[in-house]
Design a protein around this ligand. Structure first.
Ligand code: NAP
Length: 521
């Protein structure tokens, strides 16, 4: 595909109005062609106006038509998979084979959401028929369905340049809900963003949908994101990135004349607890497995486990030695951007200043933005006195927390802020302690894994990728998995309607054969 560097606003390729940028290859520190356009508030307004104009037609597409559209995006992604992975590898320093896997995952998500749409369960259809004879007053016929919330602004993430970016799960779930999307491309991978955006636009055109169903904008600072969040025609926002960035956008949206939901996914250290019998039986194996997962994506994944808590005792030395060995063997690998690399280096310095001790370091970096792995250690009591030590250092580092007994382990668990996930390693004799730990973790995480790690993540109906603040800004929803569509839906009740005026989904006789509850059954 010939990259033009344009903004993609509806069907139009729009040239720069606010300057341009080139992509950076973080492995070589060299810029890559071509120039990519920056836009501003006027381009956001153009995209939002088109999205609003597209809304009525797109949100009323039949389930079959919308599912076919999502499948076309998947097919288009399959067609460009190799080219997309190659460009994303140049722009991120991530291995091409891994990025091919990401592209496959992205296409699969669109197919999974096509299935969600066809099944129609997301509409949560409910019918409470009229009760004309009811005393003391009759009940009217009530019918409910969920509809799309309106045009949605999506901030593409930096760390998974395909499956959490332009053609990622946020876009797939919003389009599945019937919501037009305006995508704010991340400047860390502009070429990969353009390839993905063009596959989505192609499907919009193939299916004869209104051009405003999808647009992609890009900007050279905060102004473009602020314009998106402020725009009165935007009705919801999703964001994956830093806590300060996410919170700035969240607060901004609440100050609008019409506040809107902002679903941010920001930070998580995914604490891992090893209970005593498991430590004694499998300390080395768990330590090795933990570091393997911590190193995924050079530690730049939301589910990387980065804090491990274990009680000193049988198996502790084996655990510690295995972690040290694995870290010291880890080659330094290119991080996503100079900014993320710089924040990682600073984060490690801050950890040391706060009293954590470096007990192992990976192989030295041989490139400017290569992240060197690190393992730090701290006593449980120290961590309890320095809560900032439990904050995320985004990159290939881990903190081993040595606690003296079960009570201290539970106290450390209570000290954590909200998390996307937590893991417990246990054997049968550990169950009693696990029962005490469980309610503490339930209050603080969206997902609890036993005798495994949060990686790899499945995308299913039961997937939860969310959690209490600051993991996300709204713990009631997940940003991955089939129920992530719920972020973009709202209920509408139809009362006393003649059958021919009802949406087909709610008509007598259930013409579309969809799952519906009738009188709660
Ligand atoms: P980021 O700096 O928060 O940026 C994410 C996106 O939001 C970018 O498109 C950025 O635009 C935009 N943005 C950020 N703050 C904004 C503001 N105040 N107003 C308007 N737009 C704003 O995140 P990042 O660049 O992906 O990575 C930086 C740090 O985020 C990492 O070091 C890491 O700590 C964290 N992070 C965490 C996760 C996770 O899953 N836990 C994932 C990714 C990143 P510009 O690029 O144009 O500024």
């Amino acid at each position: 595909m010939n990259l033009t560097g344009h903004l993609l606003i509806g069907a139009a390729d729009v040239a720069a109005t606010e300057g341009t940028m080139k992509a950076l290859n973080p492995a070589t520190d060299h810029l890559i062609e071509p120039d990519f356009a920056f836009g501003g508030a006027a381009q956001v307004d153009q995209a939002a106006t088109l999205a609003d104009a597209a809304f009525d037609r797109y949100s009323h597409t039949s389930l079959a038509e919308r599912a076919a559209f999502l499948e076309s995006i998947a097919d288009n992604l399959d067609e460009v998979r190799s080219e997309l992975a190659a460009r994303a590898a140049l722009e991120t320093g991530l291995p091409e084979a891994q990025l091919e896997g990401e592209a496959l995952k992205a296409a699969t998500q669109f197919r999974q959401f096509a299935d969600v749409v066809r099944r129609g369960r997301f509409l949560q259809l409910a019918i409470d028929p009229a009760q004309p004879q009811r005393q003391p007053r009759p009940r009217m016929d009530h019918r409910l369905q969920k509809i799309a919330i309106g045009p949605v602004a999506i901030f593409g993430a930096s760390n998974f340049p395909i499956s959490y970016s332009v053609a990622g799960g946020d876009t797939a779930s919003a389009l599945a809900a019937g919501a037009p999307v305006i995508l704010k491309a991340h400047n860390a991978h502009p070429g990969a963003s353009e390839i993905q955006a063009r596959t989505i636009r192609k499907a919009v055109q193939t299916h004869g949908l209104p051009e405003g169903v999808f647009s992609m904008v890009r900007g050279g600072g905060n102004a473009i994101g602020e314009a998106l969040v402020d725009h009165p025609l935007i009705k919801a926002v999703t964001f994956t990135g830093s806590e300060p960035g996410g919170m700035a956008l969240y607060r901004r949206a609440q100050l609008r004349p019409e506040p809107i939901p902002v679903f941010t996914e920001m930070t998580s250290v995914n604490p891992t607890f090893i209970l005593p019998e498991a430590l004694a039986a499998r300390g080395a194996e768990i330590g090795d497995g933990f570091i393997e997962r911590m190193l995924v994506n050079v530690g730049q994944a939301c589910l990387c486990p980065s804090i491990l808590i274990a009680i000193r005792g049988a198996g502790f030395d084996e655990l510690r030695n295995a972690m040290r060995k694995r870290v010291s063997e880890a080659p330094a690998r290119t991080m996503l951007t100079p900014g993320i690399h710089g924040a990682y280096v600073e984060g490690l310095v801050a950890m040391e200043s706060a009293g954590a001790q470096v007990i192992a370091a990976g192989k030295p970096a041989d490139a400017t933005f290569a992240g060197r792995a690190a393992l730090l250690e701290i006593e449980g009591q120290h961590l309890l006195g320095e809560p900032a030590l439990a904050h995320e250092v985004f990159g290939p580092s881990a903190l081993l927390v040595a606690v003296s007994d079960a009570e201290e382990l539970l106290a450390v668990a209570r000290s954590f802020r909200g998390q996307l996930s937590a893991a417990i390693h246990l054997e049968d004799p550990d169950l009693e302690l696990a029962r005490r730990l469980l309610p503490i973790l339930e209050r603080r995480t969206g997902r609890i894994v036993v005798n495994a790690f949060a990686h790899p993540q499945e995308v299913t109906y039961a997937t939860v990728h969310g959690g209490p603040f600051p993991a996300t800004s709204d713990s009631r929803f997940t940003s991955v998995g089939m129920t992530s569509i719920e972020r973009f839906l709202r209920p509408v009740a139809y009362q006393g309607f003649p059958d021919e005026l009802l949406p087909q989904t709610l008509r007598e006789g259930n013409p579309l054969q969809l799952p519906r509850s009738v009188d709660g059954q």
